[in-house]
Design a protein around this ligand. Structure first.
Ligand SMILES: Nc1ncnc2c1ncn2[C@@H]1O[C@H](COP(=O)(O)OP(=O)(O)OP(=O)(O)O)[C@@H](O)[C@H]1O
Ligand SMILES: [Mg+2]
Length: 251
C-alpha cells in the first residue's frame, strides 16, 4: 500500500443530516458496525430508518431487519415521519425483512439459505438490525451471547455492509450483566440516545461514546424527532449529570 493510499480518507456514509454526520467525524465509516442504544421510544428506529433512506437517496440499497414491530405499525409510524416505506420498497433499493433472531442468525451461518439469497439479490450497502436485544433470548450464557454478536458483526462486515445495530437500554451508565457487557466492545461505534430531565421537562440527548478509527464530537447534544427524522439542537452547555438523566446547572 502506498503512503497516499494509507492516508486517504476512508469512505463515509451519511446519517441523513449534516449535523449528525459532524458528530461522527463526517459520517459512519464504510464497512463498520455501529451500535445505537437507548430507552424505549427515544428514537432508535427513527435514526436507523433515516440512515437507510439517506442511502437510498444516493443510490445505495438499504435493508431493515426487524425482529419486533408488525409491518403495519412500522409503515404507519414511518409515514408520521414523512417516509413511505411501501413506495420505497417498490422502487427496489429498500427492503424490510421481518424475521426472528434464530432464522436470521441461521442464515448468516449457512450461505445458500433463502434469506441469504434475498440478501444477496438486494446487495445492500446499508443494514439496520432492529433490535439486537432479541438475541438475548437465544441464550443465558454471556460467552455464547458474545459469540452470537461476533457472528452477526463479522457476517455483516464480510458482506461489506455498513450496519447500525439498535439496542435497548434502560440505564446506560449502570454496568449490566451479559449482553451490555459485550456488545459495545464488539462494535466499532457506540451512539447513545437518552432521555434527560431538565427543569421538570423531558428532553432528548445524543452522544457518541466511541468510534474506532475516527475522531468524533465529544459534546452531548439535544435533539428532536420531527418529519424527516432526528434534528439536532444545542449542546447541553452549563449543565452536568446529563448522562445520568438528571441534570443540574453548573455554578
Ligand atoms: N412526526 C413526529 N413528530 C414528532 N415526534 C415524533 C414523530 N413521529 C414519532 N415521533 C416520536 O418518536 C418516538 C418513537 O421513535 P422510535 O420509534 O424511533 O423510538 P424507538 O427508540 O425505536 O422506540 P422502541 O424502543 O419502542 O422501539 C415517539 O415516541 C414520538 O415521540
Ligand atoms: Mg424501535
Amino acid at each position: 500500500m502506498t503512503i497516499q493510499n494509507s492516508i486517504r480518507e476512508r469512505a463515509r456514509l451519511s446519517l441523513g443530516n449534516k449535523e449528525l454526520d459532524e458528530m461522527v467525524g463526517g459520517g459512519l465509516l464504510k464497512g463498520t458496525a455501529n451500535l445505537v442504544t437507548g430507552a424505549p421510544g427515544v428514537g432508535k428506529t427513527t435514526l436507523g430508518l433515516q440512515f437507510l433512506i439517506s442511502g437510498v437517496e444516493t443510490g445505495q440499497a438499504g435493508l431493515l431487519v426487524s425482529f419486533e414491530e408488525f409491518p403495519s405499525s412500522l409503515h404507519r409510524d414511518a409515514l408520521q415521519l414523512g417516509w413511505d416505506l411501501k413506495a420505497l420498497e417498490k422502487e427496489g433499493l429498500f427492503k424490510i425483512i421481518f424475521t426472528s433472531p434464530e432464522v436470521f442468525l441461521g442464515s448468516l451461518k449457512s450461505p445458500g439459505s433463502p434469506l441469504t439469497d434475498t440478501l444477496r439479490a438486494l446487495s445492500p450497502e446499508r443494514v439496520v438490525i432492529d433490535s439486537t436485544a432479541h438475541f438475548q433470548r437465544l441464550t443465558n450464557d454471556p460467552y455464547e451471547l458474545r459469540d452470537i454478536y461476533n457472528t452477526l458483526v463479522n457476517a455483516l462486515k464480510r458482506e461489506g455492509m455498513t450496519s447500525i445495530l439498535l439496542d435497548e437500554a434502560v440505564n446506560l451508565l449502570a454496568v449490566q450483566e451479559g449482553r451490555m457487557a459485550s456488545l459495545p466492545f464488539v462494535v466499532d461505534t457506540v451512539i447513545l440516545l437518552r432521555y434527560v430531565e431538565v427543569d421538570s421537562a423531558i428532553q432528548r440527548a445524543i452522544a457518541v461514546m466511541k468510534m474506532r478509527g475516527s475522531a468524533h464530537q465529544k459534546e452531548i447534544r439535544r435533539y428532536q424527532i420531527q418529519k424527516g427524522g432526528i434534528k439536532l439542537g444545542e449542546p447541553f452547555t452549563g449543565r452536568e449529570g446529563i448522562l445520568s438523566g438528571m441534570t443540574h446547572r453548573i455554578g
